[in-house]
Write a protein of this length. Structure first.
Lengths: 323, 432
């Protein structure tokens, strides 16, 4: 009996100890939880005008993504004004850059150029190197569109030597891609190839699939210029796969047209060339890319003509054999 | 001829008197014409002043989504004053982003309040669905119009200007580095600035003189170029950004929809009560008809049975045998008891109908009391909506606090605004 009492008292003591322990642990957990609440205070609220400027810039970006360029221009101008008032040079330069891109879409090239030049000045003053390079790339693209080859040549003369200093891989890739396109246009094919190879490397480093696809497509064009049709076709196919991966209809149409053009120039498989060119023309028509459509239609006409002649020759040959 | 002859025939005295009379008549006529012209001129002057014909009117325009409730000639307001009127409302071409073009003018001196950041607010005018334009006062930027002539001066001409003067710059000029602004729009033209400009080789500057106010609008601020330009002949004016609120009818409709959505159960209950009352009224009417119809039958039966009981009656005992009479008695007894039962039933129904109607009346009174209480509650607690809003806000704060908690923040990925970046696409070369 006494043993049993002793046993019960030991069990009771253990139970009490476990209860105390669990109670203490619970309090400790609660203390930690409450302590954690105090450890991260809420972020301080942004000033009203700063928040408004950011909202306007965000709305402008969304409008640009939707292709509503008129509205985007208005918003970017508002964002630029607000950032100027707030003396936020970094954001003002970005807003001016994007304002210029929207103006460029509306064909207001001169105004776009002025905005980009101001963005360059601001980034130079505040020492924002990456954005400074991006402004220059946009200026080069704009000048190339205008046909201002003198400016493009002069700028590349100054900037090509400094290009290895670009830290941001995406910006470096964009610059080398532009340089490659420029060399290709000036007929300097080896330098174009080298620049595009640099661009590919940098796009891979930046993880930019769309950019990589563009560089591949440009390199395919280089191969085509060198009449390395086999390599060009392979490159066009790789670029097409990348464009399909990112869902870029314009890129897909361009690669289809490129493959068709190579086949046509090789005169290897005219039926496949016609089919590819027809699909590319259809896509360009949907995308309202008039210049590309006109080029593709001309190639398609040539493909149809050649194929008609081939058919005629084959039919003639069959008739002769039967005789 | 006859007149000159008759004039010659008159005596000199009479001729003198007549010529004096003519002078008086002429004078009176001249005075009358003068008074008429003066009155007309005064009337025109007063009308012109009342309607603001002599005042400068600055044209503005904006775009709205909907032209409902606005007509040409409607007043334009600024800070509660009537400052102008709408002069044109027209639909935009189908492929334009904006829907409706609204042109309006703002009278002197109110256009001076309108700066770059002013807005054209389209708000509900009255309860008839009218809408009006209210322009807002500008806070920052530049005034939209200038009365001063824009000029281009060479630096030599600028240097000889006597100080102090009211010449201001109408352009932004940066130093060769492009980072420091030397002059901006509305900055005064000073010798210090001119010296700096001369050191950079600037030849001419664009300016205007604020002391030289012309009686008409000379320049308008061009937002695209960032300075004032001369007003073109076919200019539609300055574009004010719109700030459009939905029409009052739409807002009322939304409120009505909310109320309608909030009270479906009460409507259902009242429908059911109406249905129950209608059924009860129909049942009472039928019972009353039954009782009224049974009353003559009962009296007729009573008369017949009285005659039948009498052995010397018209029918006689020989005609009705005792068995038949007994059976008839039994039948009549049964009929009487049936009628009594029916009468008792009707009486019970009548007795029950009264408390039922009373209890229904009580229910209706309670319902009215409830709705009245609800109404008084809403009227008494004017801040109920703000209290609810506070509740939602505080709950949101609590949830946000939990999201920042060290134990829980891992479960909530941080969703911040994307960092703005400059947009740039790689160029795809076109084939030669």
């Amino acid at each position: 009996m006494n043993r049993a009492n002793l046993l019960f008292s030991i069990v009771d003591l253990r139970t009490q100890a476990v209860c105390r322990l669990s109670q203490t642990l619970t309090w400790l957990v609660l203390a930690c939880v409450l302590g954690g609440c105090r450890s991260t205070p809420p972020p301080p609220p942004q000033p009203a005008l700063v928040a408004e400027a950011d909202e306007v810039a965000e709305a402008a970006t969304r409008l640009g993504q939707q292709g509503r360029w008129n509205a985007a221009v208005e918003r970017w101008q508002q964002a630029t004004d607000l950032y100027t008032l707030l003396n936020r040079g970094d954001k003002e330069a970005i807003a001016r850059h994007n304002f210029a891109q929207a103006l460029r879409q509306l064909g207001q090239v001169e105004a776009a150029r002025r905005q980009l030049e101001q963005a360059v000045s601001i980034n130079e003053a505040i020492g924002c190197q990456t954005e400074w390079w991006r402004n220059w790339i946009a200026l080069i693209q704009l000048a190339a569109e205008q046909g201002d080859t003198n400016s493009v040549a002069a700028w590349f003369g100054e900037l090509l030597g400094q290009a290895p200093q670009i830290e941001d891989p995406e910006t470096r890739a964009l610059f080398w891609n532009e340089a490659g396109v420029w060399h290709l246009q000036t007929g300097d094919v080896p330098r174009a190839n080298a620049a595009l190879a640099e661009a590919r490397k940098a796009f891979v480093q930046a993880g930019d699939t769309a950019g990589l696809a563009t560089a591949l497509a440009n390199q395919a064009l280089v191969f085509e210029t060198q009449e390395q049709f086999q390599a060009a076709r392979a490159q066009w196919e790789t670029a097409q796969a990348k464009f399909e991966e990112v869902g870029d209809p314009m890129g897909i149409a361009t690669t289809l047209a490129g493959q068709g053009r190579v086949l046509l120039r090789e005169k290897a498989d005219l039926a496949a060339a016609e089919s590819l060119l027809r699909r590319a023309a259809h896509s360009f028509e949907h995308l309202h890319a008039d210049a590309a459509l006109a080029r593709t239609q001309a190639l398609l006409e040539e493909a149809v003509r050649l194929r008609g002649g081939e058919e005629e020759t084959r039919r003639h040959g069959d008739t002769e054999t039967r005789r | 001829m006859d007149l000159s002859m008759s004039w010659q025939n008159l005596t000199p005295q009479l001729r003198t008197r007549l010529s004096r009379m003519e002078r008086l008549v002429g004078l009176f006529f001249a005075l009358a014409v003068f008074c008429l012209l003066f009155g007309l001129g005064y009337y025109l002057y007063q009308t012109a002043q009342r309607k603001g014909w002599f005042l400068i009117k600055a044209p503005y325009f904006t775009f709205v989504d909907n032209a409902a409730g606005m007509t040409v000639g409607d007043k334009v307001y600024l800070m509660g004053f009537e400052v102008g009127e709408i002069v044109e409302i027209t639909a935009m071409p189908p492929f334009e982003e904006a829907n409706v073009y609204v042109g309006f003018v703002v009278r002197e001196p109110y256009y001076g309040y309108l700066w770059q950041d002013s807005r054209a607010r389209v708000a509900a005018g009255n309860f008839l669905g009218n809408r009006s334009i209210e322009v807002t006062k500008g806070i920052y930027g530049f005034p939209t119009y200038l009365l001063h002539e824009l000029k281009q001066l060479s630096l030599e001409e600028a240097f000889v200007l006597k100080e102090p003067h009211g010449w201001k710059f109408n352009q932004k000029i940066a130093d060769p580095s492009g980072t420091n602004l030397i002059a901006k729009v509305y900055a005064p033209v000073t010798r210090t600035v001119l010296n700096r400009l001369a050191s950079f080789g600037t030849n001419s500057i664009r300016v205007f003189d604020v002391n030289d106010a012309r009686g008409r609008i000379m320049a308008v601020f061009d937002d695209t170029v960032g300075h004032y330009v001369e007003v073109a002949r076919d200019s539609k004016g300055y574009y004010l950004r719109p700030d459009e609120s939905p029409a009052l009818s739409d807002r009322i409709e939304r409120v009505v929809n909310t109320v309608e959505g909030a009270l479906p159960n009460i409507l259902q209950l009242t429908n059911r009560l109406t249905e129950a009352l209608t059924n009860l009224a129909a049942a009472a009417a039928r019972a009353e008809q039954l009782v009224a119809g049974a009353q003559p039958t009962l009296s007729n039966l009573d008369t017949i049975t009285t005659q039948l009981r009498d052995p010397d009656g018209s029918l006689g005992q020989w005609l009705i045998p005792p068995e038949l009479r007994e059976q008839l008695d039994q039948t009549l007894e049964a009929a009487r008891s049936s009628l009594q039962t029916a009468q008792a039933t009707v009486q019970t129904a009548q007795t029950n109908l009264t408390p039922l109607a009373s209890s229904l009346l009580l229910s209706l009174e309670n319902l009215a009391l409830m709705t009245s209480n609800l109404n008084s509650q809403v009227e008494a607690n004017q801040f109920i909506l703000s209290d609810l809003s506070d509740l939602v806000r505080h709950t949101d704060q609590a949830v946000q606090g939990l999201k920042r908690h060290w134990l829980l923040k891992g479960a909530f990925t941080s969703e911040t605004n994307p960092v703005p970046h400059s947009l740039l696409q790689p160029k795809l070369a076109s084939p030669p």
